[in-house]
Design a protein around this ligand. Structure first.
Ligand code: HEM
Length: 171
């Protein structure tokens, strides 16, 4: 077999924001991350181990959860009309990226901020947010996620409410 060509490494350290030393790396979920220094490598590794993301089961578990979540969302007349004209393949990918980052996954979220993403959704209110949150919670329960972990994940999701509903930022 041909030797596989290594992917180019990240050039900016995810911990310090400084230029990486390409010799200082850590592999997580088949992705190689480079760091500015050894302390950053260790912090990244410790952060991953402590993350809700990893406790949930990492990428495979998050991907499965988002798939099941949108089955529930699209079956719910309270909210499914909002998703009628959008690409669900893209939506699932973006939601996986957002939730992974929010729950402590290894990659930063690079999509639209949630305020901008939901700004044009007519009439969006707490009842819609509650329905969406309910489906996410039911999904995690169905996947037999530990209840403490579900509570932690739902607290993070709940913290997005003001942005999703385009409410003024609290000071
Ligand atoms: C529970 C909190 C929520 C989170 C974390 C969330 C997350 C996201 C993310 C990450 C995107 C993609 C942003 C991008 O384009 O880069 C998005 C888009 C979208 N969300 Fe949400 N969302 C939430 C609540 C809701 C609710 C309550 C509704 C409506 C019932 C909704 C409907 C939509 C729709 C229709 C889009 C696509 C907008 C477009 O492509 O024009 N979301 N959401």
């Amino acid at each position: 077999a041909e030797p596989s060509i290594p992917k180019p490494l990240n050039t900016t350290c995810p911990i310090t924001g400084k230029a990486v030393n390409p010799a200082i790396t850590f592999i997580y979920e088949d992705q190689t991350f480079a760091f500015a220094d050894e302390a950053s490598r260790q912090k990244f590794e410790a952060d991953r181990a402590a993350s809700i993301y990893q406790k949930l089961g990492g990428k495979a578990a998050l991907d499965a959860a988002v798939e099941l979540f949108y089955v529930k969302v699209l079956a719910d007349k309270r909210v499914n009309h909002y998703f009628a004209d959008i690409s669900m393949a893209k939506q699932k990918r973006k939601q996986k990226e957002f939730l992974s980052a929010a729950l402590g996954g290894p990659n930063p979220y690079v999509g639209k901020d949630l305020r901008t993403a939901h700004a044009d959704l007519d009439g969006l209110n707490d009842s819609h947010f509650d329905a969406i949150a309910e489906h996410l919670q039911a999904t995690l329960q169905e996947l037999k996620v530990d209840s403490t972990l579900i509570a932690q994940a739902m607290a993070i999701v709940g913290s997005t409410r003001d942005a999703v509903l385009n409410r003024p930022v609290k000071h």
